[in-house]
Design a protein around this ligand. Structure first.
Ligand code: FE2
Ligand code: FE2
Length: 383
């Protein structure tokens, strides 16, 4: 069994110094090069429909395309302070902020002015990380087109490439035209995206991207969609979510078949990769860059956040981010192979309680907002 040191590069997942040592030190370069180490695979088996669930998803994707320029109300006036005010950040109830604002805490002196700026920075940071993650999905899906051996999966993945281009485009446009500043990619997120792209095995791209990163994104978009009252952002997120639900379904449907043929040793490598991805994503939500920009002592803030994780991890937002990932891992048989390895790890980070929530294999039909809109418009037209 691999140790935390081998999987994460540190013995204790909550090692403060090791987490702070991971930084993005080339924030000024425009390009970031990653070796993708994989063979491009042709298949001469063109028989369409050998995997009916993927064919169904492909047909759905073809009719659910939208145009980021023309299908969203970009003429909406956005009041950034109002948008930011909906961020889940309550110094009276959020356990981390309660500790940080206590007498002697690093932000005990903050008044309304600092809180208001913090909310705006957090909004800029969050949307920036969404945008960078979307570019990760764009590159990963293009890689899947090359590496997956099944024609039905190549077809479907090609539609996801288009979806992800659109997502990068709309998040970038929202940041540029409605918010007040980009953040560079978070170092933990970049490390995870690099690890996913580096891996030579085609199914690892799916596991890292479609199951872990996109599973978390679907939950995070859903949370923001529920909280925001800004109509442009709400519609943008709603459209992105209807695509993302298909993407996660693509991962679940493809890997379910493949994982049934893997040995225990091969499955253990997948379980370890899923755990590594979960910890990297948890680390990214420590949002070091925001604390730094706010002039707060980053080490103290991250320590308070980690202490909260270790003690109880009772932040419902943090937990909910795993609400799609855990049931999907269960459906793929990842939780319990090898003496419940991943179940034990997910228990340690307090997210195992989601195991029986709906998995995303079929959920995309429920989230197909665009399909519902178009059906309603067609019905109204014929009436
Ligand atoms: Fe996306
Ligand atoms: Fe996606």
């Amino acid at each position: 069994m691999a140790t935390n040191q081998e999987i994460l590069g540190r013995d204790d997942a909550n090692d403060l110094e090791a987490i702070l040592a991971i930084t993005n030190d080339d924030v000024d370069s425009v390009l970031h090069v990653v070796a993708d180490n994989a063979d491009a695979i042709f298949t001469w088996d063109y028989e369409k429909g050998a995997r009916p669930a993927l064919t169904k998803l492909y047909e759905k994707a073809k009719t659910s395309q939208w145009n980021g320029e023309t299908d969203l109300p970009w003429d909406t006036d956005v009041d950034i302070e109002k948008v930011a005010a909906n961020a889940p950040m309550d110094p009276d109830t959020d356990p981390v902020l309660v500790a940080a604002t206590a007498p002697g805490g690093p932000i005990h002196h903050w008044g309304e002015k600092e809180w208001s700026r913090m909310r705006i920075e957090a909004q800029n940071w969050t949307m920036s990380q969404f945008m960078h993650g979307e570019q990760g999905a764009l590159l990963c899906t293009a890689k899947i087109v090359e590496t997956v051996p099944w024609i039905d999966a190549k077809y479907y993945a090609s539609t996801q490439v288009m979806d992800e281009a659109r997502h990068v485009e709309v998040f970038a446009k929202y940041l540029d035209t409605k918010l007040t500043g980009h953040y560079p990619i978070n170092a933990h997120l970049r490390m995870l995206l690099d690890d996913i792209i580096n891996d030579s095995r085609w199914d690892m791209t799916y596991l890292g991207m479609q199951i872990m990163v996109e599973g978390l994104a679907l939950a995070a978009f859903g949370f923001m969609h529920m909280l925001t009252e800004e109509p442009l952002l709400k519609q943008l997120l709603r459209y992105v979510m209807s695509d993302e639900a298909r993407h996660v379904a693509f991962g679940v449907l493809s890997l379910k078949e493949y994982y049934e043929s893997l040995t225990d040793a091969e499955m253990l490598e997948r379980q370890q990769f899923a755990f590594e991805a979960a910890v990297r994503m948890r680390d990214r939500f420590l949002q070091q860059e925001v604390w730094e920009r706010m002039g707060v002592d980053v080490r103290t803030m991250v320590r308070i956040q980690l202490e909260n994780e270790t003690n109880k991890n009772d932040d419902p937002f943090q937990q909910l981010l795993f609400s799609k990932i855990v049931p999907n891992c269960k459906k793929l048989g990842l939780l319990d192979r090898n003496n419940h390895w991943l179940r034990r790890k997910f228990s340690e980070i307090n997210v195992i309680q989601f195991e029986d929530w709906t998995d995303t294999g079929e959920e995309y039909e429920l989230l197909d907002e665009l399909g519902k809109d178009r059906a309603a418009a067609a019905a109204a037209e014929s009436a």
